[in-house]
Write a protein of this length. Structure first.
Length: 346
């Protein structure tokens, strides 16, 4: 009799666990700068599709879409994926927009906040329904000029030329950074989010062309050629104040053990000089992000860097020198950035 009750209890527990498992939804979000649609790397374009399939991405946000010679990048990548047995949805790419999005789920609404001619960088807003959850995605490629994180490294952030002396005063770095239009774009995105129904889940992802205040800390001030600078970078500060979370730093809060560099990535298939902008500096930074905000439960269960484990430092290949976890390329790596794959459950 006692054995029978015990078996019944185990059965009920198993059924309960099955119901809970059925109620949990997983979503894999891949953010990737594709370096001019993969054209800089030999066979880079098909390699983009190979990476999407290999990493089982549900949503993919692209930076550096070009639509060369009147072509439509989104339709081309959808066709490439289909030829390899993978089905995704995506809306035709605007020729003036250098970002894009594809999804395993239909895109219910999509429009650009900014095009590349705005000076603000590209921002594309997309609405997608996953199960019963409504998501709003913002795919970003922000203004690349006034790249102020070069100043303490001894390089001009506009001309990219080496300066006589590094600029390490934080107020001067922040002032130079604000000459870009990155902070204005982030403010507009936050304003747009506030105007939406708040029971949707919001994801902001892309190449920000700016480091994070969570990375330029007291702990890292003497690392990576920061030269003592502890900088409250605007984009990350603004998003944090607006309730957004940095998915990578949620998983890996220590910027010393897990710097999470996404740029520059080493790429064995291109000459090293194509990967180098500040040859006498350690200019590695985390400038690609997946941020999220949700009033409904939304949890990061994994955040992984996708790409080669090696980076570039002082114009040379740098072997892995961190505790970061990498998802290595299946074959050819199509870009000079590393990508970010974030797995959410809800």
């Amino acid at each position: 009799m006692k054995i029978g009750k015990f078996i019944m209890l185990l059965l009920l527990l198993s059924i309960g666990q099955f119901i809970v498992a059925q109620g949990k939804t997983e979503l894999k979000v891949l953010q990737i700068n594709i370096w001019q649609e993969g054209t800089v790397v030999p066979n880079g374009f098909p390699a983009i599709a190979d990476e999407i399939i290999d990493k089982h991405a549900d949503i993919v946000l692209f930076s550096e879409v070009r639509n060369y010679k009147g072509t439509d990048y989104i339709q081309r990548i959808l066709a490439e994926l289909k030829s390899k047995g993978a089905s995704y949805f995506g809306k035709s790419s605007d020729e003036k927009l250098d970002v894009g999005l594809i999804s395993k789920f239909p895109v219910t609404d999509q429009h650009a906040l900014y095009g590349k001619d705005s000076g603000m960088g590209g921002v594309l807003k997309s609405k997608i329904k996953v199960g019963k959850r409504d998501f709003v995605f913002y795919s970003l490629h922000l203004d690349y000029t006034n790249y102020a994180c070069y100043l303490p490294r001894g390089y001009d952030g506009v001309t990219w030329k080496k300066m006589e002396n590094p600029i390490t005063e934080v107020s001067a770095i922040v002032e130079a950074n604000r000459k870009s239009k990155r902070d204005e774009a982030i403010r507009d995105i936050i304003h747009d989010v506030e105007g939406e129904k708040q029971l949707q889940s919001f994801i902001v992802a892309g190449d920000f062309n700016e480091p994070s205040h969570l990375d330029w800390t007291v702990a890292t001030k003497d690392l990576f050629d920061h030269r003592g600078a502890v900088v409250p970078w605007d984009c990350s500060v603004l998003l944090e104040k607006a309730g957004f979370k940095d998915s990578f730093r949620v998983q890996y809060p220590n910027p010393v053990s897990h710097p999470g560099f996404t740029y520059p990535a080493f790429n064995k298939d291109v000459p090293i000089d194509k990967l180098v902008w500040a040859p006498t500096a350690d200019d590695r930074d985390r400038i690609d992000y997946v941020y999220y905000r949700s009033k409904l439960p939304l949890k990061v269960v994994r955040a992984r860097i996708v790409g080669p484990a090696e980076t570039v430092k002082y114009a040379k290949k740098q072997e892995k020198d961190s505790e970061d976890e990498f998802l290595l390329p299946k074959g050819i790596w199509p870009t000079d950035h590393k990508a970010l794959l974030v797995t959410f459950t809800f």
